[in-house]
Ligand binder design. Structure first.
Ligand SMILES: [Zn+2]
Length: 200
């Protein structure tokens, strides 16, 4: 079942998944998830993809997104899910997931720049502004590459709550749920089972 409801962005806003504020690629991966009444897809169509990209600061509002570009964004999301999942199990990912990520990296790569302010030198990559939709794809792929190859990769985990499907960065080693909502849901289910499946 596919559910498109107006409440979804509010719902997500209320429950930020740890890591999404630092890695926009995590937000992309988590743009498809389950709720009690079905599947939610925040990239369901060109208009939704446009809204998502603008909301995440990856695309100027005036730049439209066509169906093909929205399809590429969804394909990158699915490839990232596979790659993040492979990272969790330690298995080699399928070649096509890697190819999809690498194609996105090459779509419109940003140019490395060295910026220097009173705070000192820092890397400040300039996105390719000739093709904004492709540049957004490249930025997301660059972000995912940085996450998978950097020091935060060890904290990358998939939520252990059944059917949640969200990825997050562990704030501490034992954390298993993406949000307290998932943790509470699992605890409630366990308590229900411990009572022999009878309601209080
Ligand atoms: Zn969860």
């Amino acid at each position: 079942m596919r559910v498109v409801d107006q409440e979804t962005p509010v719902y997500l806003h209320r429950l930020p998944v740890p890591g999404e504020d630092r890695y926009v690629c995590l937000a992309l991966v988590n743009s498809r998830f389950r709720v009690s009444h079905g599947q939610v897809d925040l990239l369901d169509g060109a208009e939704a993809a446009h809204l998502w990209l603008v909301r995440h600061g990856l695309l100027p509002d005036r730049v439209p997104v066509n169906g093909r570009q929205a399809g590429r964004l969804c394909a990158l999301r699915e490839a990232l899910r596979v790659l993040f999942g492979a990272h969790g199990t330690g298995a080699l990912p399928p070649a096509d997931a890697l190819d999809t990520l690498n194609a996105a990296l090459a779509a419109a790569p940003s140019t490395p720049r060295l910026a220097w302010t009173a705070d000192g030198p820092r890397r400040d990559d300039a996105p390719d502004d000739g093709n904004p939709a492709a540049a957004a794809l490249s930025l997301l792929a660059e972000d995912a590459t940085e996450l998978l190859t950097g020091g935060d990769a060890a904290q990358l985990a998939e939520c252990a709550a059944q059917g949640c499907e969200r990825f997050f960065l562990r704030s501490h080693g034992a954390r298993r749920w993406c949000t307290t909502r998932c943790g509470n849901r699992v605890r409630a289910a366990r308590a229900y089972a411990a009572r022999g499946g009878t309601s209080p």
